[in-house]
Design a protein around this ligand. Structure first.
Ligand SMILES: *Cc1c(COP(=O)(O)O)cnc(C)c1O
Ligand code: SF4
Length: 335
């Protein structure tokens, strides 16, 4: 079954693979052989956030397991709309830090440039699930405005491509964008925050790697992987290609109840990431976003988990446990 679906995407380019993504809870359950009766699902529309699960990611789910940690990150459950579902729709108050559309300038020296309005996967815990993604599309007019802002703020030394997922942008457009940024002398570093290399590793094309390798910037890619089962041979190959171009590879993880809130899982994740050249960066506590309360765990448990990791792993394989507190000058370290 799984091998049948995998044949459909293995020979294709990443855009074609994305087109075959699963966009419906019932279809997703069927694809992984989990009976409808074993989980209380809703449609993405009911939750106001579409279901979107690309095939290479679905293929790593365990067939027939309703508790699969990959499945539960992308399947829309009744709990999202339960009357007890608490949280806000803009937990990070990003609107306050948007000097021009498409830019979030919250911290000293670095800005987010919202490069694409959508993602290749819809993670149910996402703090951007309530954003009007269309607002963030980088039209040529908005790009000009954003570039004008970046030129005027001479203390900005790092630009972080974010979104949505910036790697949904084509190689040609990304190359043009990087060239525009390279023309701004005070920018030294380029960072790309993306989940695409994990969910569709075919996105890491030779062309993309070469362009980033040729850049005058020090380039860092921060991928987003929550569970060791999200890693497979294809992801490893993608990372090797980036590494060969001298790109620094980091990972961020969101701490999620019933997905990865277990020391052994997180320990394995760090070890497996390091095998493919990726260092752990941040372990984020869940933002209090509406519809994701079922992924939350008490802060005390998170601290304890982090202490266990620290006791078991070399220091460089322990991600920093952080929260985002609105108004803070950086992410807040949790001890
Ligand atoms: C997380 C974040 C950054 C990057 O912070 P680092 O600590 O440098 O990784 C920048 N801007 C915003 C708005 C962020 O949320
Ligand atoms: S890839 Fe990132 S931004 Fe996109 S839905 Fe998932 S967590 Fe949110």
């Amino acid at each position: 079954m799984i091998s049948h679906t995998s044949l459909q995407w293995q020979s294709s380019d990443w855009q074609s693979i994305l087109q075959t993504a699963i966009r419906d809870s019932a279809e997703l359950l069927q694809a992984v052989g989990v009976p409808q009766s074993s989980l209380d699902t809703i449609t993405g529309e009911t939750a106001g956030f579409a279901v979107l699960a690309p095939r290479p990611f679905v293929a790593r789910m365990e067939y027939g397991n309703p508790k699969d940690p990959l499945l539960l990150q992308v399947l829309a459950l009744q709990e999202e709309i339960a009357p007890t579902a608490v949280g806000t729709t803009d937990p990070l108050e990003e609107q306050r830090f948007t000097p021009v559309p498409g830019i979030i300038h919250k911290y000293f020296g670095r800005v987010l440039l919202m490069t694409a309005g959508t993602c290749a996967v819809n993670c149910r815990y996402c703090f951007r699930r309530h954003n009007d993604y269309a607002q963030n599309i980088l039209t040529p007019a908005r790009l000009n405005e954003a570039l004008t802002y970046l030129r005027s703020q001479t203390d900005i030394t790092e630009v972080i491509l974010s979104g949505g997922d910036p790697l949904l942008t084509s190689d040609r457009k990304l190359s043009e964008l990087v060239a525009e940024l390279e023309a701004i002398p005070h920018i030294q570093r380029l960072r790309i925050h993306t989940r695409l290399p994990i969910v569709i590793p075919q996105r890491i094309t030779t062309e993309l790697c070469q362009r980033l390798g040729q850049s005058r910037f020090q380039v860092t890619m921060v991928v987003h992987c929550n569970h060791p089962k999200e890693l497979d041979v294809e992801v490893g190959l993608a990372m090797a290609q980036l590494k060969a171009q001298g790109i620094t590879l980091l990972n961020q993880t969101v701490l999620l109840k019933n997905i990865n809130n277990c020391a052994a899982t997180l320990e394995t994740l760090s070890v497996e990431l390091f095998k493919i050249g990726v260092l752990p960066y941040y372990l984020h506590t869940l933002d209090p976003v509406q519809g994701a309360a079922h992924f939350a765990q008490p802060m005390g448990d998170s601290k304890q988990l982090h202490q266990t990791l620290q006791a078991r792993l070399p220091g460089y394989l322990v991600p920093k446990l952080v929260s985002e507190i609105p108004g803070g000058a950086s992410k807040t370290l949790i001890y």
